[in-house]
Design a binder for this molecule. Structure first.
Ligand code: ADP
Ligand code: MG
Length: 389
């Protein structure tokens, strides 16, 4: 069985400091950390001004940084072979390609947001699986932002955190070319230990929802089916949602009722909008059911959410449907696919004593059906980004 341990932050930082010294010939000044996330409910609702309920993972990306006097920038990753070198001014749109766009792009967007950054060397490492729907991209952006701001002597207060969220969204959208809605960066910067984060994208307000989860585990299964948000699927969904809001003459689907949505003429656009409206309506009830430990209600709402993503939004796949079905058959309270879709991960709420059995049952089913072996992790609600050590 493949089980992904988050790793201890101090251990990661120590290992990263020595890898940094090996690569760049000097010690880093700081190590920043930012978590991946799993979304419990509210998928593709962020860019529709809706609600989401993500949890920050104990799995995180770590970024070590040291300033340079010559204004140049180097970014490397222990997960990638290629390094990027340039300046902050050349790290904007059309500059760094591939993974480096997420890292160097943040230096550019922070500078655009008014932060005065020096040149620097950066090296990242981490335990968030890449492209698994657990937001390794925002973890990368936010870990780099935290390290870069520390190098520049900027204190990470609430106002700075909010500006970092916006700068990271901008880097991912304009430099990496992935038009994400903002949930990932918000939870990476704003989550509190032991809580999920309920975010309202209409008011841009968020609040922690404490999740003691007595006797329950949030089990995440990475199907290993790769998605690429810079591909067309995500953008097409956004375009359909915009078309739906335009037809209803509303600023966004947040303002739409189910009744209005059912009158949309095009079948596909109507189903996309129906997902968004019903999904946002499920977010607060799922938060309430988690806090109350109401297993029946959780089961019902998570099942409705999964069906909505599979049938109306059409972002699931065979492997995700299998992981969800087997989790429930083998003892999970409820389960759904999570993240942007087209592969990625599922999340299941599982009684502690059933976790091993659920993981094994999913592995067995995947082997029987000839799917790539999945990886599992426990999503213990963790804290947002900060410095390590
Ligand atoms: P997700 O955010 O769900 O993991 P994305 O497609 O949004 O998937 O982002 C994954 C991409 O982010 C990777 O393909 C890579 O370019 C970049 N990335 C994430 N983490 C790292 C890392 N530790 N080192 C280098 N690149 C990374
Ligand atoms: Mg991402």
């Amino acid at each position: 069985m493949t089980y992904l341990d988050p790793g201890d932050p101090q251990h990661f930082a120590t290992r990263l400091r020595s890898a940094f010294a090996d690569r760049y010939g000097r010690a880093p000044a700081v190590v920043g950390r930012a978590p991946g996330r799993v979304n419990l409910i509210g998928e593709h609702t962020d860019y529709n001004r809706g609600l989401v309920l993500p949890v920050a993972l104990p799995h995180a990306t770590y970024a070590a940084a040291a300033p340079r006097a010559d204004g140049r920038v180097r970014v490397g990753s222990r997960q990638q072979d290629d390094e990027w070198e340039g300046t902050i001014a050349t790290a904007g749109p059309g500059g760094p390609q591939g993974w480096a766009a997420y890292a160097a792009g943040v230096l550019w967007s922070l500078t655009e947001a008014g932060f005065d950054l020096p040149g620097m060397d950066l090296l990242v490492d981490g335990s968030v699986p890449l492209g698994a729907g657990l937001s390794s991209s925002a973890a990368l952006e936010c870990s780099v932002a935290v390290a870069a701001l520390a190098v520049a002597g900027v204190t990470l207060d609430d106002d700075t955190r909010a500006r970092v969220v916006q700068a990271c969204i901008r880097a991912e959208g304009e430099v990496a070319g992935a038009p994400t809605g903002g949930m990932d960066q918000a939870v990476a910067m704003l989550a509190e230990d032991g809580s999920a984060l309920l975010i309202d994208f209409d008011t841009d307000e968020s609040r922690p929802v404490p999740l003691p989860l007595p006797a329950l585990t949030l089990l995440v299964t990475d199907t290993r089916v790769q998605h690429e948000l810079t591909d067309g699927g995500y953008g097409e969904r956004r375009a359909d949602c915009e078309a739906a809001a335009a037809e209803l003459r509303l600023p966004s689907l947040r303002a739409a009722s189910l009744e209005q949505v059912e009158r949309i003429r095009d079948d596909r656009v109507r189903r996309r909008a129906r997902h968004v409206v019903t999904e946002t309506a499920r977010v607060q009830p799922v938060a309430d059911a988690l806090v109350a430990g109401d297993r029946e209600e959780l089961a019902r709402l998570l099942a409705l959410s999964h069906a909505s993503m599979r049938d109306d939004f059409e972002i699931s796949c065979e492997e995700l449907d299998a992981a969800v079905a087997v989790a429930i058959e083998s003892g999970a309270v409820g389960a759904r696919m999570t993240g942007g879709g087209f592969g990625g991960s599922s999340v299941a709420v599982v009684p502690d004593e059933r976790v091993e059995a659920v993981m094994r049952a999913i592995d067995t089913e995947f082997a029987l059906r000839g799917f790539t072996a999945p990886a599992h992790l426990r999503a213990e609600p963790s804290a947002g980004a900060g410095l390590v050590g």
